[in-house]
Ligand binder design. Structure first.
Ligand SMILES: N[C@@H](CCC(=O)N[C@@H](CS)C(=O)NCC(=O)O)C(=O)O
Length: 210
């Protein structure tokens, strides 16, 4: 790759981890090429790019490859700061801790939701109802804790942070991929946040069903 090559983001937007990175790049105005390959359905095409079959993966203009969405976001925050933008995860202090801890809750909810989706991939005779129920309870507990913390338009500091983006990416996954797992009306504040952010330019630019 040459320096004029844009960043390249690998993975479908139906992955909430890919989507939170894509939304972040849109918020920061960082151009990228989206390589829309599934870790399950496009394994032959993905193998030469990413034999780990784990997404998101971000290829930098230098050709360097980054894995793990938290590290991708950390890199993007640095890039944004170099460009004079305020990072979506504050660099230090109490607000940084708050954003990180709310993101931790959002990641628990999201990981448990993804695990429920994977349970649906098993043959019917291998379905383990008690395990799915445990995953569901953990997901709902994490959303409940987020709901309790949301007082106003954003989760932290009255402005958009990575806690909001990660939470809304997780909610989007549940509502779109596992609609039966989203108890309508149970999380009114989170629903308002999700509806508002899903209508924003950064989220509409990375549609879940692409
Ligand atoms: N902790 C990872 C989680 C990423 C993740 O679980 N991605 C899923 C798609 S939603 C994946 O690659 N699944 C394929 C697999 O785990 O084999 C991150 O944040 O990047």
């Amino acid at each position: 790759m040459t320096d004029s090559t844009p960043h390249q983001l690998l993975g479908l937007y139906d992955s909430p981890f890919v989507r939170r990175v894509a939304v972040t790049m849109k918020v920061y105005g960082i151009a990228f090429e989206h390589v829309s390959l599934s870790v399950f359905r496009h394994m032959d095409a993905m193998r030469p790019l990413n034999p780990l079959f784990k997404v998101p993966m971000l290829t930098l203009p230098s050709g360097e490859k980054l894995y793990e969405s938290a590290y991708l976001l950390d890199y993007l925050d640095e890039l944004a700061a170099e460009r004079g933008l305020s990072p979506l995860t504050p660099r230090s202090g109490a607000e940084r801790r708050q954003v990180q801890q709310l993101m931790a809750l959002a990641i628990v909810a999201t990981e448990k939701a993804v695990a429920i989706a994977y349970e649906h991939k098993r043959p019917a005779e291998l379905h383990w109802a008690d395990w799915t129920s445990r995953l569901r309870n953990q997901m709902r507990q994490a959303f409940t804790m987020l709901e309790e913390r949301l007082d106003g338009n954003f989760l932290v500091g009255g402005r958009l942070t990575q806690a909001d983006i990660t939470t809304v990416a997780g909610i989007g996954f549940v509502r779109y991929i596992l609609p039966h797992e989203w108890p309508a009306g149970a999380y009114p504040a989170l629903e308002r946040l999700a509806d508002r952010l899903e209508a924003s330019a950064a989220f509409t630019a990375v549609p879940l069903d692409e």
